[in-house]
Every structure is written in structure tokens, then in C-alpha cells.
Ligand binder design. Structure first.
Ligand SMILES: Nc1ncnc2c1ncn2[C@@H]1O[C@H](COP(=O)(O)OP(=O)(O)OP(=O)(O)O)[C@@H](O)[C@H]1O
Length: 583
């Protein structure tokens, strides 16, 4: 079962944006200053053109007009240069901020509590770390600087036209209100529509990841049709959400385009009347109209990009959502006083679901070999995960040397208890880096030799280019355990997925690793239980029997019944799992 990843609300997104701006405030101040100067230079053109009209109307000479025209040219050059400079500052700010967002995301993803990281949908996490972070980075780098400069230009032009002639200016600027309403209409719908599109993309990634990672299961159980249907549904949902955002755009853009002309029309109509009335000069009307036309460029820049900014904002909310996952209590500084593991009154439920462990009590003595047996779903793996500190019990405690295991910092936990399952990750890195310990090459080689990894002579071997097979990957995982050197190892189906030959190699490696350690084996073979110092029998989230093999057989309970039924048939070495038997 997976827990959906949260999405940050608007307040959190705003706060995150403010933090990012504050982190690079010098660049932001530079951007504001230079783009304001560029916008100021841009105002010179229309104003000087107005003066030219008035000069000509008043019968002024060509010398005066030439001078003014030279001014227009100067303003244009200064504006172009300053705008370029502002853009350069903006791009650099965008790059640095995008890097900060990526680093934050990575830090948060790596800092997720193990129990949460395991249960969040991998596709969604991957989509947020790639598609969403990329969308935000692209916006910051390529879009935000030009939009910012356009906003500054817009403000300067609006103020300039009002200063030129207050009545003409106010009416002209009011002509922009249409665009305001249209944009509001769009923005109100766009956030949800883009969030829905992002979620549908994640679900599609999730479906594809599930199908590819479970390809063998799909093949074995003839689930191809079902997976195809699930894939098609996810694609259909993606298409549907994309159509919804497309519909919004196809209303918004034509309306916005039409609205551009309104301020110019207002300025012309009112300006004409005022001129006839003798209240303004023809040059002022000309300048006002030019200013109104000057609004179109920045408006266009903003509106064309508003859609991308909106979808990036939705992406940013998804990226920031990771920050609202509770990190759990800080690690303890206490050190375990000994190696005794105590499980006391432990209860556990996955994601507020039904309780799957009820009042489990158990003491694991240092150096002992404890086998946990029981039918599928009895709670063996869950108990193993709690003892390994992967998760915390809902009630009760799991301690090692008196300290709750889940509170131990990762480095300390590794030295105490390690859980070995059939899942082990091989990174696309060198063998040395895959061992994940800062140890000398000699120590790494010794650990690999302990687990019989005779293939591992080259520590620089790139495991991305020369991947390991199942048994080798298992040996790598076991070499990591040797290097971590915990006093207790929990084995959960550690060799269950390997073929018999690989399993034999892995069993040998395992024996070397387990030497002189406490072992808690979730046993799928009765032979494992037979060879253990004690056996705990689990049933429906409880330990119902606990003792040595001989004691339990003598007690004549459920373990004895299981033992007799298998042993009686001469199948003591077979696998016990899910109440069925496998060879
Ligand atoms: N991630 C999970 N989310 C929700 N419920 C879970 C999860 N993992 C296990 N469970 C449930 O918890 C109960 C105990 O499962 P657990 O895997 O611990 O049993 P088990 O004895 O190890 O079984 P098996 O031998 O099949 O691994 C089962 O009812 C199972 O459905």
C-alpha cells in the first residue's frame, strides 16, 4: 500500500519562494535596479516622439526634430543594453535558484524516514524529482527574468502615461481591466487544472513503473491484459487533463489578444475629444497612444508565459510538498548499553489501517539464533522491520541495549541491527562506491572475500555498465553487512528469489556473514527453525509459541503439528510459506 505524497498549499509555496529570493537578494536587488533603469530609458522614446509631433505642429525646424530623433535613438540603445544586462542577471539568478531547488528536493527525498520512503509512490517521487523540478528550473532560467522585466516595464509605462496626462492615462490604464478579468478567470481555474495534469502524469509514470518492474509477475500470471487496461486508463486520464488545460488556453489567449487593443482605442477616442476641446496637444495624444502600444510588448511577454508560470507553480507546489512530510523525531544521542533486543507490548498498524501486530513481547539474547515462523500475513516481516528500526511501533517499544532502535541515527543503527531482504539496490556506480563505506581497499576486498565474491577483483568496475547477476548482487549486499559489522542480523527471505545454484552460493556467503552475530531469521524452511536456538511461532500478529525446537515439538502445539506433518512426510528441508509447500 502506498501513501500519497502531499502537495504544498499556497502559503507554503509563497514562503518557499520568499526564502529563495532572500537567499539571493543581491541578484534580485540588481535585477530590480537594472530593469527599472531599462524601463525608464524605454519611456524616453514615446515621450520624445510626442515632442517631435508638437515641434512639427508648432512649425519647428528640422534641427530641433533631428535632435529629438537622436534622443529617441539614444533611449532605444540604452534600453536595449540595460535590458540585456538585466536578463543576464536574471538568468544567473534563475540558474542558482534552480540548483537550490534541486538540492533541497534531493536533501528532503534522502531525509525521508525509511518507513515513509518505502511507502510513497516511487513514480510520483520520481516525477516530482525530474519533470516537476525541471519545469520549475526552466521557468526560473528562461521565463521568470523576461517576465520580471516586462512587469517592471508595464508599471513604468502606466505611471508615465498618467504623469503625461492624468485623465488620458487613467482611462487608458482602465482599458487594461479587461485583461485583468480574463487573466483572473484563467488563473482561478489553471492551478487545479495543471495540478490535475501533473497528478495524471505521475499516475501514468506509476503505472508504467509498476508494469515494467513487475514484468515477470505480469508474464507469469497472464496479467498483460489487465496491465494494458490500467496503462490505457492512465493515458486516457492524462489526455483528459491535457484537454482540460488546452480548453482553458483556447479561451484565454484569443480574449487576451483582443483586450490588448482596448487601451489604445480608449486613448485615441478620449485623446481626440480632449484635443478638439483644446485641453491637450496633439503631441501628448500621440505620446499617450504610443505608450499604450508600448504596453502590448510586455503584456504579451507576460501572458504568453503565464501558462508556463502557472504550470511551473503547480510543479513547485508538488516539489515543495515533500517538505511537509513529518521527518519524525530527531535521532537520539543515547548509546545502547548492551546488545539485548527487547520487544515490549508492541502494536503496529500500517497507515492507520487495521492493527497487524498485537502486544508482541520478545527478548533476543546476544549471540542467539532465533527463527520466526508462521503463515503468510502472520506479521513476521512487520516484526522484522520494527526490530531493524525501519519503522516505529504504534504502541510499545523495540529497544537495543535500552535505546529505541528507530531513534538511533543511521550510522549507529547500522552498527547494531541490519535487515537483509531479497531487495538490494545496486547503484550505477563503481563497486567501491556501491559498498558505501569509507574504508581502505584492503578492508573492502576482505569483506568481499568473506562473502565469497570471487568475481570482485576490480573495485573500479562500473556496475552500471557491467551489471551484477542476482547472486552477485546478494553478495554485494552481504559485503555491505560485513562492513557495517552489526551485532544482530535479521534475515527476511534473503535468498528466496534466487535460483537453487545462486541460492546455495548465497547461503554459503550468508553463513560467513552470520558467524558470531545474533541472528533473527524469518524462516521459510523448517530446517532453519530446527537448527535455531529458539523458535517464535507467529499467528495473526501475535507470538503464540516460543521455545527451542525440542520444547515446542514436545509441547504439541501448532509448531509440533507443522513439524510432524512435514517431518512425517520426510520433507523437513522443504519450504513453509503461506501454508503451502514449495521445493
Ligand atoms: N506495506 C503494507 N501496507 C499495508 N499492510 C501491510 C503492508 N505490509 C504488510 N501488510 C499487512 O500486514 C500483515 C502482516 O504482514 P507481514 O508481511 O508482516 O506478514 P508475514 O508473516 O511476513 O507474511 P509473508 O510470510 O507473506 O511475508 C498482513 O495482513 C499484510 O497484509
Amino acid at each position: 500500500m502506498s501513501t500519497a505524497l502531499p502537495i504544498a498549499d499556497q502559503r507554503t509555496v509563497r514562503a518557499a519562494a520568499v526564502r529563495l529570493v532572500a537567499a539571493d537578494r543581491r541578484a534580485v536587488a540588481g535585477l530590480i535596479t537594472v530593469s527599472s533603469l531599462a524601463a525608464l530609458a524605454a519611456l524616453g522614446g514615446p515621450w520624445l516622439l510626442g515632442r517631435i509631433i508638437d515641434t512639427v505642429a508648432a512649425g519647428g525646424g528640422a534641427g530641433q526634430v533631428d535632435l529629438l530623433a537622436l534622443g529617441v535613438l539614444g533611449c532605444a540603445i540604452v534600453q536595449t543594453l540595460l535590458s540585456r544586462y538585466a536578463l543576464a542577471i536574471g538568468y544567473r539568478f534563475g540558474e542558482r535558484t534552480a540548483a537550490r531547488i534541486r538540492e533541497n528536493f534531493l536533501r528532503r527525498a534522502l531525509g525521508l524516514p525509511a518507513a515513509v520512503a518505502e511507502r510513497v509512490p516511487a513514480g510520483d517521487l520520481a516525477a516530482r524529482g525530474t519533470t516537476d523540478v525541471d519545469a520549475v528550473a526552466t521557468t526560473l532560467r528562461d521565463i521568470l527574468p523576461s517576465v520580471f522585466i516586462a512587469v517592471v516595464q508595464l508599471l513604468f509605462v502606466a505611471v508615465a502615461v498618467i504623469v503625461l496626462d492624468p485623465l488620458l492615462g487613467v482611462v487608458g490604464v482602465l482599458g487594461l481591466s479587461g485583461i485583468w478579468f480574463v487573466t483572473q478567470w484563467y488563473l482561478r481555474r489553471a492551478r487545479d487544472a495543471y495540478l490535475a495534469e501533473g497528478a495524471a502524469n505521475s499516475r501514468l509514470a506509476e503505472e508504467l513503473a509498476a508494469t515494467t518492474s513487475g514484468a515477470r509477475t505480469v508474464e507469469a500470471f497472464g496479467l498483460a491484459d489487465r496491465r494494458l487496461t490500467a496503462g490505457r486508463t492512465a493515458i486516457e486520464e492524462t489526455r483528459h487533463t491535457r484537454l482540460a488545460t488546452l480548453a482553458l488556453r483556447s479561451v484565454f489567449f484569443p480574449l487576451a489578444e483582443t483586450s490588448y487593443a482596448v487601451p489604445t482605442v480608449f486613448a485615441l477616442l478620449l485623446g481626440g475629444l480632449l484635443y478638439i476641446d483644446g485641453q491637450v496637444s496633439i503631441g501628448t495624444v500621440g505620446a499617450a497612444v504610443l505608450f499604450m502600444r508600448q504596453l502590448v510588448g510586455p503584456l504579451d511577454t507576460i501572458l504568453i508565459r503565464i501558462e508556463l508560470m502557472q504550470s511551473s507553480l503547480a510543479s513547485f507546489a508538488r516539489v515543495e510538498g515533500l517538505g511537509s512530510i513529518p521527518a519524525g523525531p530527531p535521532p537520539t544521542t543515547a548509546t545502547p548499553r548492551d546488545e539485548v533486543i527487547e520487544v515490549t507490548g508492541v502494536r503496529y498498524a500500517y497507515d492507520q489501517g487495521r492493527e497487524v501486530l498485537h502486544d508482541v513481547r520478545l527478548t533476543v539474547r546476544p549471540g542467539e539464533r532465533l527463527a520466526i515462523v508462521g503463515l503468510s500475513g502472520a506479521g513476521k516481516s512487520t516484526l522484522g522491520r520494527l526490530i531493524a528500526g525501519v519503522d516505529r511501533p504504534s504502541a510499545g517499544s523495540v529497544t537495543v541495549g535500552g535505546v529505541p532502535v528507530a531513534d538511533l541515527p543511521p550510522d549507529e543503527l547500522r552498527r547494531q541491527v541490519v535487515l537483509v531482504t531479497q531487495e538490494h539496490h545496486v547503484f550505477r556506480e563503481s563497486l567501491r562506491d556501491n559498498l558505501m563505506v569509507a574504508a581502505s581497499d584492503d578492508e573492502l576486498r576482505r569483506a568481499l572475500a568473506t562473502v565469497g565474491a570471487d568475481w570482485a577483483d576490480d573495485l573500479d568496475r562500473d556496475l552500471g555498465e557491467q551489471p551484477l547477476d542476482g547472486a552477485q548482487a546478494q553478495q554485494l549486499a552481504l559485503a555491505r553487512v560485513v562492513l557495517a559489522d552489526p551485532h544482530t542480523v535479521i534475515l527476511d527471505e534473503a535468498t528466496a528469489l534466487l535460483d537453487p545454484t545462486a541460492a546455495r552460493t548465497a547461503e554459503r556467503a550468508l553463513a560467513a556473514v552470520l558467524h558470531e552475530r545474533t541472528v533473527i531469521a524469518i524462516a521459510h524452511r523448517l530446517q532453519t527453525a530446527h537448527d535455531a536456538d529458539r523458535v517464535a511461532v507467529m499467528d495473526d500478529g501475535r507470538i503464540i509459541e516460543l521455545g527451542t525446537h525440542d520444547e515446542l515439538v514436545a509441547a504439541g502445539g501448532s509448531y509440533a503439528a507443522l513439524w510432524h506433518s512435514w517431518h512425517g512426510e520426510g520433507r523437513a528441508g522443504d519450504t513453509v510459506h503461506a501454508g503451502t509447500r514449495e521445493r
